[in-house]
Design a binder for this molecule. Structure first.
Ligand code: SAH
Length: 226
């Protein structure tokens, strides 16, 4: 998979993609993320990427020309499955959206900044809009990093133990069961006996029961959605 992220502050995302699982995915050649500085596509001599809003009002608006030039350049090199705009009024990100996107080959993600992008970008150049929650961020960069992380870790081969993503919360509309590691007792707080038993069938049964119990307690809405 290849993801091209267009931004006016790509530096905001460098750390997210240079460590841990996302770095490993890049090193293995499974998912490469390219951070593109929109300013490189500015069409005037001041390298402008934003301008005042028509009709007045506070806040700058990202201009269509640099965005269109950047997307044209990318699209001339390969076909893209989706051109995503990170937006607080977009479709809400969830595990099902991440699963769908993890099957794609090439994605463009546009990060807004300031007041957002000229509406014509959204009407004509974007195929999908995604929000990471009902709150407003200063820019789409952190949201794009969240989206990429949730998508890339689902691609087979990225996680060492491939079954591990499948047992995560939400994957089957259930919350993940509790996990423990050594020591088996701390301050008198003990790890559930069954986990130390070595009896795999019983452990699986216990984990499933715990998942269902947790989901009922914490997220009954997930069970209703089934
Ligand atoms: N004026 C806009 C908010 C602009 S915030 C409004 O009221 O809807 C600047 C940029 O941050 C947006 O263009 C978007 O790319 C990004 N952003 C802000 N909140 C976000 C969220 N919850 N999910 C995804 N992207 C978000």
């Amino acid at each position: 998979m290849r993801i091209d992220i267009i931004s006016v502050v790509p530096e905001l995302m460098t750390s997210a993609f240079s460590h841990s699982i996302l770095k490993r995915a890049a090193n293995k050649g499974i998912a490469e993320v390219h951070l593109i500085n929109l300013r490189d596509y500015a069409t005037d001599k001041h390298k402008s990427v934003d301008d005042y809003a028509f009709g007045g009002g506070a806040g700058m608006v990202m201009m269509i020309e640099p965005i269109a030039a950047c997307m044209d350049d990318l699209k001339s090199q390969r076909n893209y499955d989706e051109v995503i705009y990170m937006s607080p009024d977009g479709e809400m990100l969830n595990q099902s959206v991440s699963n769908q996107l993890s099957l794609k080959q090439n994605l463009i993600i546009l990060c807004g900044h300031y007041k957002g992008v000229d509406e014509r970008v959204r009407e004509h150049l974007i195929t999908r809009e995604i929000s990471i929650g009902n709150y407003v961020l200063s820019g789409g960069e952190l949201a794009a990093a969240v989206l990429c992380d949730s998508v890339i870790r689902l691609i087979p081969g990225v996680l060492n133990d491939e079954t591990s993503a499948l047992s995560d919360s939400f994957q089957d509309n259930l919350i993940a069961p509790p996990v423990y590691t050594r020591p088996a007792a701390f301050n008198g707080w003990k790890v559930p006996e069954v986990l130390l038993s070595g009896h795999n069938a019983n452990i699986d049964k216990w984990r499933h029961e715990q998942s269902v119990k947790r989901t009922e307690e914490r997220r009954p809405d997930l069970l209703k959605g089934k």
